[in-house]
Design a binder for this molecule. Structure first.
Ligand code: CMC
Length: 428
């Protein structure tokens, strides 16, 4: 392939350099386009825009491939250790045993919240959305950690990553306990990452919670499958905010807000609401499919479709298999699983979905597993956020470490009124 693209505009021909990734993906570098032609590219929704070069996650949406730092996502299924994957994503390599131990100790040492932070939970009204609490509390956390982080030092950054990952888990559990009026459980340093979360969520005073290893494994797997997904909406938000040299906490707090939306991480709640409404008889699966095809209905088949995957989302395949395994092990019979399977079958045989290459995405089956683990519905997107922490942290760090980074600042094509005069109030 030529190493340049040629563009002719208004009688002028210019050459645009190409950038080629390690998997052969080609990008046309248009950074000089406006200076040389006066024109910009127009790509609403950024479907064809590469905002950065990144060495973290590779997706081939046509083939349904997802790899973290080169390792196919399927290879983590039999090694469900979220922290190992987090270290891979943040640092670039699987940790050696000593590194793993060191990071584990940092997670354990940093799991508690400053006692002052506990009072912040009292300020939220009951019924406050946990994603709002999570985002607000991550910014609050920075107020206690202001002098802590030095992104220029790898060791200090690892400390920050451990603090953030560990404390976000505690914040999540405390927001649940607070919403239910239950006493907070202090983290138990003897427990591993997921076990400690389950303990903080479900232990009751004088009735210690035994962490079930099957539940712990399933939770590790769910978090691994959410750990990174290259330049999606929330990660691009983290990078957008980070590009202004905002600190890691502020950037991640913004990412939480983006993830909250029902077209992004909030879809895992919307899927269960949709399945529930079918179970309660409000909607038949066939009607649901029909409604999703009517553009004016405003209804979409939640958990279906993806900007990048035009094939099965590999995470949904893994989660579908895991549903059978996890529910079987835990002895849970969930009617929503049958409804989900039925919807999938209907959609995959319907020309509307086939022609548009709409397949189940990560959110279609994840909620069924989270329900089986006892996680309440309004915490589902928070679980996604806990899982996505390594991705946000790793992407923020990669952006920070990339020389020549510029503030993100897209342009626009202005379509408003051309110049006109101000009209005083009494003449309007
Ligand atoms: N139900 C019905 N029609 C759909 C759906 C759906 N779930 N998804 C896409 N379409 C249609 C869309 O209307 C368009 O139709 P047409 O060509 O006739 O105008 C066509 O399929 C192509 O859509 P698109 O432009 O490729 O979609 P997009 O890339 O702008 O949006 C999406 C991607 C994920 C937001 C969208 O598929 C959707 O809304 N899905 C439901 C919400 C959901 O499950 N979100 C989770 C995404 S995966 C995890 C994550 O990111 O957090």
């Amino acid at each position: 392939m030529a190493d340049k693209a040629t563009l002719t505009l208004g009688g002028k021909t210019i050459e645009l350099p190409l950038i080629v990734g390690t998997e052969g993906e080609v990008g046309i570098d248009i950074s000089k386009l406006r200076a040389e032609t006066g024109a910009i590219t127009f790509d609403p929704g950024y479907g064809n825009t590469g905002s950065c070069a990144s060495a973290i996650t590779f997706i081939d949406g046509e083939k349904g491939i997802l790899r973290y730092r080169g390792i196919p996502i399927e290879q983590f299924v039999n090694h469900p250790d979220f922290i190992e994957v987090a270290m891979l994503i943040i640092n670039g390599e699987l940790p050696k045993r000593a590194d793993r131990e060191r990071f584990r100790d940092k997670l354990a040492d940093n799991a508690h919240l400053h006692e002052g932070m506990k009072h912040h939970f009292d300020g939220f009204p009951s019924g406050a959305p946990p994603m709002a609490i999570l985002s607000a509390m991550i910014n609050a956390l920075f107020c206690y950690d202001q002098n802590f982080s030095d992104p220029e030092s790898d060791e200090s950054f690892e400390d920050s990553a451990a603090r953030l990952m560990s404390k976000v888990r505690t914040i999540a559990a405390y927001s649940y306990r607070s919403s239910k009026g239950l006493p907070y459980n202090y983290p138990d340093p003897k427990l591993l990452y997921c076990g400690n979360f389950l303990h903080m969520m479900f232990s009751m005073p004088h009735r210690p919670y035994e962490v079930d290893p099957d539940i712990e494994d399933a939770l590790n797997l769910v978090l691994i499958l959410h750990a990174d997904h290259e330049q999606n909406c929330s990660t691009s938000t983290v990078r957008m905010v980070g590009s202004a040299q905002a600190n890691l906490y502020a950037s991640v707090a913004a990412g939480v807000c983006a993830l909250w939306g029902p077209l992004h991480g909030g879809a895992n709640v919307a899927v269960i609401e949709m399945l529930e409404s079918i179970r309660k008889g409000g909607l038949k699966p066939e009607e649901c499919i029909k409604l999703a095809k009517q553009k004016d209905s405003g209804f979409r088949l939640m958990g279906f479709g993806h900007r990048v995957y035009k094939n099965f989302d590999p995470r949904s395949r893994i989660l579908k298999n895991a549903c059978d395994k996890v529910l079987g092990k835990l002895g849970v019979k969930d009617p929503l699983l049958d409804i989900a399977r039925k919807l999938e079958e209907l959609a995959l045989n319907d020309p509307y979905f086939v022609d548009r290459k709409l397949y189940p995405n990560v959110d279609f089956y994840s909620g069924i597993i989270l329900r089986a683990l006892g996680i309440p519905l309004d915490m589902f997107t928070v679980m996604f956020a806990i899982g996505r922490m390594p991705g946000w942290i790793g992407q923020w760090k990669e952006q920070h470490d990339t020389p020549g980074g510029r503030i993100y600042r897209p342009r626009q094509i202005y379509t408003g009124p051309t110049i006109r005069d101000y009209v005083p109030m009494d003449k309007r």
